[in-house]
Design a protein around this ligand. Structure first.
Ligand code: UT7
Length: 329
């Protein structure tokens, strides 16, 4: 028996923040942002709404797409680094929003790799017959931890959510393989300094802008290309396939130049790489999920196609998987 995605959905908020808007906020230019990152605009969650609100819409869409009743979901995993609150988990809030009672729900913190990590946990629990239909949600409001006075980070990030229902599928279909990795020694390259148990919130942390993301961009860039291309190569080697067998490659959308570097290193032609970075920027865990949903809904993926997803983010963490698409869309 295999485990795979039987329903997929996504949601991005309506408000658009363009490069022209950012030109008015910090010392940057549309030309710099487009050539250095590939991003033209990103979405911003409205005030008063949170990651759970984005995740709830994506979750309902995924359950509808799966053609099952919401009560048939027996676990919710929410991948997020921008939870509504420190606790309770955003997964529990989504559970209540969609009206399911008494199922296990928890959040998963693996930054941009969270969706692929979540799919792998779900796959393992389905394959061992412990659960039947697991809802994996990736919901991020990166705008809430973005310093809009820091031009080196504020042009990169956006808000959005994706969700997938992982269930039993036909043999030799679904998630065929996953490779997960992490390197805590690099945790200081991408982080939010305050607001946790190490440096709790205070007037000082607010004054020093310590609740916003800090990033060593160029160091991360190099590690990202290596970690993502190594992950893809591992998936290709250990499944005894060639890069040409992959019909669609769905990479994390952090920077177009990172994606091009990974594709080149793993010998994947750019016309088989799904891109939506231009519209959304980096939505952390939600990026690959939104991309997968858009690819499926636009007919870019058909039953029997091999898809490779790959991601990289804070932790540092990285992840890649190989999916044989089992849905007839
Ligand atoms: O989600 C996964 C984790 N995140 C990533 O993987 C992000 C990885 N890093 C990147 O995508 C890139 O490193 C960035 C897009 C963040 C930066 O691009 P870069 O080509 O590495 O630029 P840089 O940091 O080397 O900066 C080059 C110059 C600097 O000016 P000087 O020092 O050469 O005068 C920056 O101050 O570009 C300047 N710069 C900007 N200029 C205009 C940095 N940000 C901006 C900006 N507008 N927004």
């Amino acid at each position: 028996m295999g485990a795979g995605i039987i329903g997929i959905g996504s949601y991005v908020p309506d408000r658009v923040l363009t490069n022209a808007d950012l030109e008015k906020m910090v010392d940057t230019s549309d030309e710099w942002i487009v050539t250095r990152t590939g991003i033209r605009e990103r979405r911003i969650c409205p005030e008063g709404k949170a990651a759970s609100d984005l995740g709830t819409v994506a979750a309902i869409r995924a359950v509808e797409d799966a053609g099952i009743k919401v009560q048939e979901i027996d676990m919710i995993i929410c991948a997020t680094i921008t939870p509504d609150m420190v606790f309770p988990s955003t997964a529990c809030i989504i559970q209540n929003n969609i009206g399911i009672e008494n199922i296990p729900c928890f959040d998963l913190s693996a930054a941009c790799s969270g969706f692929i990590y979540g799919l792998e946990i779900a796959r393992s629990l389905i394959e061992t017959h412990r659960y039947r239909n697991i809802l994996v949600v990736a919901a991020e409001c990166m705008s809430r931890v973005t310093d809009y006075t820091d031009r080196t980070t504020c042009v990169l990030l956006g808000d959005g959510a994706a969700a997938a229902v992982v269930s039993k599928v036909e043999d030799n279909y679904g998630i065929l393989d996953t490779y997960l990795g992490a390197a805590g020694k690099y945790s200081n390259l991408l982080y939010v300094p305050a607001g946790g148990s190490k440096i709790p919130a205070s007037h000082e942390t607010v004054d020093k802008r310590m609740h916003f993301m800090k990033m060593e961009g160029s160091t991360l860039f190099r590690i990202a290309v290596n970690a993502m291309s190594d992950s893809v190569k591992k998936i290709i080697e250990r499944n005894k396939i060639s890069p040409e067998d992959i019909v669609l490659f769905i990479p994390h959308q952090a920077n177009i130049r990172i994606i091009q570097g990974v594709a080149k290193s793993a010998c994947i032609a750019m016309d088989r790489v799904f891109l939506n970075i231009e519209k959304y920027g980096n939505m952390s865990a939600a990026s690959v999920g939104v991309a997968l949903d858009e690819a499926a809904k636009s007919g870019k993926i058909k039953k029997n196609d091999l898809i490779c997803m790959v991601s990289f983010g804070a932790g540092l963490t990285w992840a890649a998987n190989l999916i044989k698409w089992s849905k007839n869309d």
